[in-house]
Every structure is written in structure tokens, then in C-alpha cells.
Write a new protein. Structure first.
Length: 286
């Protein structure tokens, strides 16, 4: 048992004994790149979530957002993968721990989703975002989701975090992440950026690198993309009120309505009543 415990990672409070000191010139360069990239990325993000789900414009802008975060992060200066330290003081690249953390984070969000879907105002905000997962090609949706998750970590936990130095990098990089999400005009996305940004920031602080937050982000995003849309699709099917204006969920409900109308129209008693009404001049000939 003691040997097994020795292989467990240290807590988030523990920081690996690795420092990446940078000159003032490098930090100034990072801050200039971060400022320009933040404005460009936030603007594109707002545009992307105002396009029609599944449209070419949506894929183009969301991939543009991912590219902006990635290029800005890499252009800011050197970035590092980071390490994880176990209870027995062994240092290695983080893999299993961040993946497990991503699964746990998804579990928390899924449990929260079960509660939020019963609150119509919040459920509408989530449903409006998840419609993008429902619409279009599954492979393209997955590609854009993974690209944006990776790009966000390279930029926010990479460039932004490094540019801050010792000036409260976890809290400040999370705040920048939230501000970049504001143009989406979706408070649920802003809150999610705050919650998960804090987690990824703590991972960045503990590991002194990007690998841990990247793996957690991609794991969490994959599970959210796979399991959260059906949770809110059920609500849409039950109420018809939370379905976004565009997307397959809406089209599915419309199709069900049309099929039900055709079924009623084919009933003999309904057809007989329509015929009698036409003969009486109450309905136009159809």
C-alpha cells in the first residue's frame, strides 16, 4: 500500500522544483503579443458563436480562433511541457493524473447539468451552445473542439501565464480567459471559463508547464462533447422551449410535428369531415 501511495502525484499546492526565469525584454515581448492576440481571438470567438451551427462560416471562424490562440501563444516566446512530482519524489511528464482530472471535472459538470437543465433561463444558454455540437459533421465538430482546447491552453496557460511572472498568474490568466469569452454573450460560457480556467491554472502552476492542463482540457472537452448534448436534447424534446432556432434538434421536433399532423389527416373520420366541409363550401378545394 505504501508503494502504491508513493506513485500518487503531489497535490496542486505542491510545485515542482523547476523555474523558467525570463528576461525583462522577453516578458515585454510576451505582453505585447498577448494583448494583440487577446483582442483578435475574443473578436473571432464572438463572431463564431453568432454564425449558423454547422455552417461553413462557423467552422472557418472557430478554426480561426484556434489558430489565433495557437500562433499567438507560440509567437510570444518559449513554452514548456512541465513535470509532475509523485509522493516518492519521482519527477516525470504528467499523463495519467491530468487525464483522470479531466474525467473528474466532466463528472462535476455533468452533475451540474442535471440541475441546470431544470432551470429554463440557464438551460437555454447551454442549449444554444450545444446546438453547435448537434449540427453539421461530427468529425469537424470534434476537430474544432480539440483545436480550440489545445490553442486555448497554449495561449492562456502558456503565453498569458508566462507574461504575468509572479503577479498572481493563476487568477489573472483565468480572468483574461473569462474576458475573452465575454463577446460570446453567454454567461454560462464565461462561468465555465472561470471554473475550468482556475483548475487549468493550478495545474500550470503545479507542473510548471502546459502538458497537464492540455491533457485535462482535451479529456474534459471530449466527454462534454459526447455526453452533454443528449442531456439537454431530452429537455428540448420534452418542452419544445429550449430548442435553439437552428439545428437538428429543432428540425427533429418539427419533423415529429409534421408526421403527427399527416397521421391525423389520414384518419377516416377526419377525411370524411374535411370532405363534408368542402361540400358545404367551408373549405377551399384542395
Amino acid at each position: 500500500m505504501g508503494q502504491l501511495k508513493g506513485h500518487l502525484p503531489m497535490s496542486f499546492k505542491h510545485r515542482v522544483p523547476v523555474r523558467h526565469d525570463e528576461s525583462a525584454a522577453v516578458r515585454r515581448h510576451r505582453r505585447r503579443v498577448v494583448a494583440a492576440t487577446s483582442v483578435a481571438g475574443a473578436g473571432l470567438l464572438g463572431v463564431g458563436l453568432s454564425t449558423a451551427p454547422g455552417s461553413r462560416a462557423f467552422y472557418a471562424t472557430t478554426l480561426g480562433v484556434a489558430g489565433t490562440w495557437l500562433v499567438g501563444g507560440l509567437a510570444s516566446g518559449p513554452l514548456h511541457l512541465g513535470w509532475i512530482q509523485t509522493q516518492n519524489q519521482t519527477v516525470r511528464r504528467p499523463v495519467l493524473a491530468p487525464v483522470t482530472t479531466g474525467v473528474a471535472a466532466f463528472g462535476v459538470f455533468y452533475a451540474g447539468g442535471l440541475v441546470v437543465r431544470e432551470i429554463p433561463p440557464l438551460a437555454r444558454y447551454i442549449s444554444s451552445v450545444l446546438d453547435y455540437a448537434d449540427a453539421g459533421d461530427d468529425k469537424l465538430v470534434f476537430l474544432t473542439t480539440m483545436a480550440n482546447g489545445f490553442g486555448e491552453e497554449v495561449f492562456f496557460r502558456g503565453a498569458v501565464y508566462a507574461a504575468l511572472g509572479d503577479n498572481h498568474p493563476v487568477a489573472t490568466s483565468t480572468a483574461v480567459n473569462m474576458l475573452a469569452t465575454v463577446p460570446t454573450r453567454n454567461p454560462v460560457l464565461v462561468l465555465a471559463a472561470g471554473a475550468m480556467g482556475s483548475l487549468w491554472g493550478l495545474q500550470r502552476q503545479a507542473s510548471a508547464g502546459l502538458q497537464a492542463p492540455v491533457l485535462t482540457h482535451l479529456t474534459w472537452s471530449t466527454l462534454m462533447l459526447r455526453h452533454l448534448p443528449p442531456l439537454f436534447r431530452e429537455v428540448a424534446a420534452e418542452t419544445g422551449e429550449l430548442v435553439p432556432a437552428v439545428g437538428p434538434a429543432r428540425r427533429a421536433l418539427q419533423g415529429v410535428g409534421r408526421a403527427a399532423a399527416r397521421s391525423v389527416a389520414r384518419r377516416p373520420d377526419v377525411r370524411l369531415a374535411r370532405r363534408a366541409a368542402r361540400e358545404a363550401g367551408l373549405l377551399g378545394a384542395r
